[in-house]
Design a protein around this ligand. Structure first.
Ligand SMILES: [Zn+2]
Length: 130
């Protein structure tokens, strides 16, 4: 399956280095198969079974910045809608294969990197459920 996500975007690098500084170790862009979905999450915490995606506001349709371009809407509307659709499908597939999915918006990385790191740390360091 083709992916819109380009490797190593700037918000992704920023989140990665902040997480690394807080002592977390992870794999990046490792291919995972979950049900019928093949995906490369931006970060993978194999032991904690947590994956993290850094979603670009435009491509993934963030409520604040994800406006559809005014020109060529016949192209963009279905394209962006299908990206969002794919995100939900990926989330469902990963979740049902036992992964916990965290999605961090690009704007969260820029506006409040501490909060983004906190969200990931809280899930990864959570003691395993009995
Ligand atoms: Zn945004």
């Amino acid at each position: 399956m083709r992916s819109n996500r380009s490797a190593d975007t700037r918000p992704e690098l920023r989140l990665r280095s902040a997480l690394h500084r807080s002592g977390l170790r992870f794999r990046k862009a490792m291919p995972l198969t979950a049900g019928e979905v093949r995906v490369r999450p931006d970060l993978i915490f194999t032991r904690a079974r947590v994956v993290v995606f850094v979603d670009g506001c435009f491509w993934h349709g963030c409520a604040t910045h994800g406006t559809t371009p005014r020109s060529n809407t016949g192209y963009w509307s279905p394209k962006l809608a299908s990206n969002a659709e794919r995100d939900r499908r990926v989330d469902r597939a990963l979740t049902s294969s036992g992964w916990e999915v965290i999605r961090v918006w690009e704007h969260e990385v820029w506006n409040d990197i501490g909060a983004s790191v906190g969200r990931v740390v809280a899930r990864v360091r959570k003691p395993p459920s009995p």
